[in-house]
Design a protein around this ligand. Structure first.
Ligand code: SF4
Ligand code: SF4
Length: 461
């Protein structure tokens, strides 16, 4: 198979001096319509998620600066960071598994970069500047009043949408309440926030108006990983060369023209948003957007040949002409995913509403009290991981034991911590050894939040 095309980047001219600007054609086939629908749902979710509240908490919050994360009303605080790390690991394994089975379909169908580029920015471009031929002509032509107007309008809208994306992106990071505060209050009170919004707006604008497909083909590390994640059993967008070759013009409804099914019309290349020719074989630049499948299906319809000359298939399938078989590698990834997900499920099940640390005050011994009692001093720290304020108390479980607060526990605000100090008093007669276990319960409105075990020292009887 010819492989010299791999020496060249599809978006750079052959002399390597200039960028080849792409003008992909739009074919509204069955997969495009499905993808359009899916992208619509994802766009609504992406813009709404940081502004919708579930249980008083942002539906999705990714505050990496303060290590606070919220998903569908459950708040994960810095104390739950191990859950976040495990969740991220699961997400990575899921992506690896998904890629090993379906190739880069995430890029073409679910990645925000592709969704915004193909479904928002390119759509605006088509509305304003027209189809492929009209856009090429406009770019090649001299600067006229019409061209100036169209370009200003397009870039104005691009900037406006980049501004909206920038605000939404910030709402995920710092929280929508804080973002709304930055918007409502004078710029002078939030100079940092205002500069951040402007910088992000500019970055998104440059990405969607100029960098475009280079994000997927050159910048994105996930795209670079395809070489190791894919193998011959992965289902990817592929050209069925067994059926298609030798390519060339063929007569309608003629079975044995000596030619394959590919009529070499080039439509699959014309629609490709990364400018590649999928007929040359698997390429890292392919984002599995499936536009070439729609384009080729349309051609096959016209020449009365079966669809899916370009389709989702593995190399193995193409060679053996047998159905898709799940490889051992995929079973292994799936097993790892199941194990990690079970561990995460178990840890989430065990997760408490309050994170408590209770330690005997360092450097102190026991204190002898009236009526044969002995006491120990404790320092405690509580962190409220819920999204509502909590009133709580500490109760010792040992017989005859009582609590004497040095600092009274106050109502603990959501996502906040508090330190208190208290004595635990016990009848000396009930203690058998110098050092014994002490069991405490943290209660809130009668509900046990946590069981704590610590130590108690007293003169032994
Ligand atoms: S669209 Fe189909 S028929 Fe046309 S060149 Fe591509 S593979 Fe061949
Ligand atoms: S080759 Fe086909 S699936 Fe791959 S990026 Fe181009 S149009 Fe999309």
């Amino acid at each position: 198979m010819e492989t010299s095309f791999r020496d060249q980047v599809s978006t750079i001219t052959e002399d390597g001096k200039r960028r080849k600007w792409l003008y992909p054609k739009l074919i509204k086939g069955e997969l495009y319509r499905l993808r359009n629908l899916f992208a619509g749902v994802l766009l609504i979710f992406l813009f709404a998620a940081p502004f919708v509240k579930v249980n008083g908490e942002q539906m999705v919050l990714l505050n990496v600066l303060e290590r606070k994360f919220a998903f569908f009303g459950v708040l994960f605080t810095p104390q739950d960071f191990y859950l976040f790390v495990l969740g991220t690991l699961i997400f990575i394994v899921f992506i690896v598994l998904f890629t090993a089975v379906f190739g880069r379909v995430f890029c073409g169908w679910a990645c925000p970069q592709t969704i915004f580029m193909e479904m928002v920015f390119r759509r605006i471009e088509r509305w304003i500047e027209g189809d492929t031929v009209q856009r090429k002509k406009l770019d090649a032509g001299p600067l006229t009043l019409e061209k100036g107007f169209k370009k200003t309008l397009k870039h104005g809208l691009f900037l406006l949408i980049s501004f909206l994306i920038s605000n939404t992106f910030l709402a995920y990071i710092i929280g929508s309440d804080q973002l709304l505060q930055i918007i409502r209050e004078p710029v002078s009170s939030h100079v940092g926030g205002f500069i951040t919004i402007c910088v992000f707006t500019l970055v998104f604008y440059i990405v969607f108006s100029h960098v475009r497909e280079l994000v997927c083909t050159v910048v994105c590390p996930y795209g670079r990983l395809q070489g190791v994640l894919l193998d011959k059993s992965s289902m990817i967008v592929a050209y069925d060369y067994v059926r298609g070759e030798p390519r060339g013009k063929r007569k309608r409804n003629v079975e044995n023209s000596g030619k394959g099914d590919c009529v070499d019309c080039g439509l699959c290349v014309d629609v490709c948003p990364t400018g590649i020719d999928i007929r040359k074989g698997t390429q890292m630049e392919c984002i599995n957007c499936t536009l070439c499948i729609d384009a080729c299906d349309m051609v096959m319809d016209k020449i009365d040949r079966p669809k899916r000359l370009i389709g989702f298939m593995s190399d193995e399938q193409m060679e053996s002409r047998k159905p898709f078989v799940i490889s051992r590698r995929i079973y292994s990834y799936a097993a790892i995913l199941v194990i990690l997900t079970s561990v995460l499920g178990y840890l989430i099940g065990k997760r408490t509403d309050v994170e408590t640390t209770i330690l005997r005050a360092s450097g102190t011994l026991y204190q002898m009290r009236d009526r044969g009692q002995v006491s120990n001093l404790y320092n405690a720290e509580f962190y409220n991981k819920t999204n509502k304020p909590l009133r709580f108390e500490v109760v010792p479980l040992e017989k005859g034991a009582s609590i004497q607060y040095v600092t009274q526990p106050k109502v603990l605000d959501k996502s906040s911590s508090m330190k208190i100090t208290f004595f635990v008093l016990r009848p000396q007669g009930s203690i058998k050894s110098y050092k014994s276990d002490l069991h405490l319960q943290v209660l809130s409105e009668g509900k046990v939040l946590e069981n704590i075990k610590t130590t108690f020292i007293a003169p032994s009887n």
